[in-house]
Design a protein around this ligand. Structure first.
Ligand code: 5AD
Ligand code: SF4
Length: 483
């Protein structure tokens, strides 16, 4: 019998990190580790980090400062604490972390999670982080000067992690992430992902389908397929053919009980006709698409190495809307990319007006060491970036409000996920990914209920469950409608 220990995992950044943290936690369970939310109570602290923008990386160092104190206090009380840095900061600047933060016992990149039990064992026996870094190859490429993980097939990691367990999934709820693709070959000139996550690799369809079935058996009703470039998915199919994301989604849609499917993040160049067709044909595929364009200026798009024009994107949006007219579109935008002029920025505003988004993420350009754009002339002053960000955000906020206001008065199928902050309140998701607040009994968690939308919040909707039998809202039995 293994002695019980506790692990505290803090996750930064994207949904793939959330998925990876869950899988790390699964791999630690057989060693006797139980997850805790209290950092002071943790025998093992893992920071699963994000390197996409400078601010994200800096947060890790300030958290390590706090952890140094926690570790010292625990040591004074006679308790040992092991500290690990995982994720993309670890991958990109592992040696720097070891130099700057001696509190750290272990560093390992996203392709080494399946080695976690072994690394813990070695750290516990007193090996130094630099030795462990060797074991956690491909960490050795500390600076993002080379593509990593090319000799590190993704299934190494996924095959060696324990399969999703019904018991642990149940405690995580009715929605789940499922990584189907990892890494990126696009090399946008601002982005660290191709260096930290490595080359693009797709998991075989059979493995994805098996994981999805296990999730459904554990009570999951909505799965979001994850990949840095998810619509570039080309995994080995169950029939030996190369499957596209659309074929994978069609196969997933045949799993009974898997009522809702989503996928993120997509690149405009990989938005194939069959995937657009899946949005037209499959009721399980939710009408929401995150399709970053980054800029509306062709000059900047070229400098970013996006390899499409603003017009290509607008025509693509037209085709997607022809297939699924109500689709909610979201995107990512970077303002202040090197060389961005006022005219370039106006072109971005014009593109946003032409598309009409349901919501977007906006970022100030952040130079990332080792990426081509960080060396470009014409870096934009911070004040200009801030001003542009505010103007863009105001336009997008307005579009988001309009999209949400257009849903008031409609009845939407809402997957009720969990208790809300107020007593008697539940929170679910609209097909368009808005959080929806309703007053309803906890017994409805896990069901897809028809909800009449009555008002909008800042980034959410409010509504009433529509009684199916004339009963008062909230008194209805657990309806299990399909989306
Ligand atoms: N600076 C600012 N934003 C960035 N992103 C990626 N790299 C950078 C960077 N260097 C944004 C892009 C991407 C999102 C995940 O993060 O918009 O789509
Ligand atoms: Fe980064 Fe571009 Fe790849 Fe997206 S497509 S992960 S922005 S390099």
């Amino acid at each position: 019998m293994t002695a019980e220990k506790t692990v505290y995992i803090k996750t930064y950044g994207c949904q793939m990190n959330v998925y990876d943290s869950d899988r790390m936690s699964d791999s630690l369970a057989p060693l006797g580790y139980r997850q805790t939310d209290v950092i002071e109570a943790a025998d093992l602290i893992i920071l699963n980090t994000c390197h996409i923008r400078e601010k994200a990386a800096e947060k890790v160092y300030s958290e390590l400062g706090r952890i140094r104190q926690v570790k010292a206090e625990r040591r004074a009380a006679g308790q040992a604490t092991m500290v690990a840095v995982a994720g993309c900061v670890a991958q990109a600047e592992g040696e720097e972390i070891i130099r700057r933060a001696p509190v750290v016992d272990m560093v390992f990149g996203p392709q080494a999670y399946h080695r976690l039990p072994d690394l813990i064992d070695r750290a516990a026996r007193g090996e130094r982080p630099s030795d462990l870094a060797e074991a956690a190859a491909p960490f050795k490429t500390a600076a993002p000067a080379k593509v990593v993980a090319t000799d590190f097939p993704i299934e190494d990691k996924f095959d060696s992690l324990p399969p999703v367990s019904a018991e642990r999934t149940r405690s995580r709820g009715v929605t789940a992430f499922l990584t189907v693709q990892e890494g990126c070959d696009k090399f946008c000139t601002f982005c660290v992902v191709p260096y930290t996550r490595g080359a693009e690799v797709s998991r075989p369809a059979g493995k994805v389908l098996a994981e999805a079935r296990a999730l459904v058996a554990a009570g999951v009703r909505e799965v979001t397929l994850l990949g840095q470039n998810v619509n570039a998915y080309h995994g080995e199919g169950e029939d030996g053919d190369d499957w596209t994301l659309a074929r994978l989604i069609r196969a997933l849609a045949r799993i009974p009980g898997l009522d809702r499917l989503r996928y993120t993040t997509s690149h405009p160049r990989d938005m194939g006709e069959d995937l657009i067709g899946a949005h037209r044909d499959l009721p399980q595929l939710m009408p929401y698409l995150h399709l970053p364009v980054q800029s509306g200026s062709d000059r900047i798009l070229a400098a970013m190495n996006r390899r499409h024009t603003a017009d290509d994107y607008l025509r693509l949006v037209e085709r997607i809307r022809a297939a699924r007219p109500d689709i909610a579109l979201s995107g990512d935008f970077i303002v202040g990319f090197p060389g961005e002029t006022d005219a370039d920025f106006e072109a971005t505003l014009a593109l946003v007006r032409a598309v009409g988004y349901a919501g977007c993420f906006t970022f100030k350009y952040s130079p990332r060491p080792g990426t081509p754009a960080s060396d470009l002339d014409g870096q934009v002053p911070e004040t200009v970036k801030t001003e542009r960000l505010h103007r863009l955000q105001a336009l997008i906020d307005d579009q988001e409000r309009r999209f949400a206001a257009g849903l008031v008065g409609r009845t939407l199928p809402v997957l009720l996920e969990k208790a809300g902050r107020l007593p008697g309140q539940l929170v679910g998701r609209s097909p368009y990914l808005h959080p929806v607040h309703v007053t309803a009994p906890a017994g409805l968690i896990g069901s897809i209920a028809p909800v009449a939308i009555t008002s909008t919040g800042r980034h959410s909707l409010n509504g009433d469950v529509v009684p199916s039998d004339g009963a008062e809202p909230g008194a209805s039995p657990a309806v299990r409608l399909s989306a």
